[in-house]
Design a protein around this ligand. Structure first.
Ligand code: SF4
Length: 207
């Protein structure tokens, strides 16, 4: 999409917020070559801004050659994560691992309908914004809790916990059910919170 300055942008997906060194080096190289801005998005991705339309294909090809993947319609959302137990004294879980499990299972799902997001936190402090994200995973000392229906924006909504103390395989099963329910009940795009009161929504609150 061209903005009012007649330039466009390219968003490089960064699973678990990790910026691999070859991608970082190439992004730096093309940013200098094409005089681009580099923006760290709120969804934890890397965005190059100020691209002329005629340069998009060359820039994409240069980045794809070092393994970069790009945001595009229909792509399954890359979870936003906190740093977790390896690097945070409060952490009891590993959001990077959980993100990888989710993307291994669903990353190639075709034509996923917008606009739900996923967040993963390494403890109940929920730094990754789990409580204001459509599907949220929180690691606890007893396992994984799953939240649904959070959102920000002008009318924020706090997510509801639908599963407590579960394991990774069950987490993947629940995410799969939520995504399929969203798909089946979403004409074009919608946030997950609108589905919470649907009579067939598959989960009640887990207290
Ligand atoms: S959610 Fe917990 S583990 Fe993650 S960064 Fe915040 S305090 Fe650390």
């Amino acid at each position: 999409m061209v903005n009012k300055f007649e330039t466009t942008r390219l968003t490089i997906l960064l699973p678990a917020g990790r910026l691999l060194l070859p991608v970082m080096a190439k992004a730096n190289e093309v940013a200098q070559q094409y005089n681009l801005e580099v923006y760290l998005s709120t969804a934890q991705n890397l965005r190059l801004m100020g691209i002329k339309e005629e340069d998009v294909a060359d820039i994409k090809a240069a980045l794809a050659a070092v393994g970069a993947e790009f945001k595009a319609p229909g792509k399954f959302p890359v979870p936003r994560v906190c740093i977790g137990k390896r690097d945070c004294t409060m952490g009891v879980g590993d959001p990077e691992r959980i993100s990888r499990l989710i993307l291994d299972k669903f990353g190639s799902r075709p034509m996923t309908k917008p606009k739900f997001k996923i967040a993963v936190a390494g403890c109940i402090l929920s730094c990754a914004g789990v409580m204001t994200t459509d599907i949220g995973i929180v690691a606890t000392r007893k396992g994984l809790d799953i939240y649904v229906g959070g959102k920000g924006g002008p009318h924020p909504n706090v997510a509801r916990r639908i599963v407590r103390d579960t394991d990774e395989q069950t987490m993947l099963k629940v995410i799969g059910e939520l995504v399929e329910f969203h798909d089946a009940h979403t004409p074009k795009k919608q946030r997950m919170f609108k589905l919470l009161e649907h009579p067939e929504f598959p989960y009640k609150d887990a207290v």
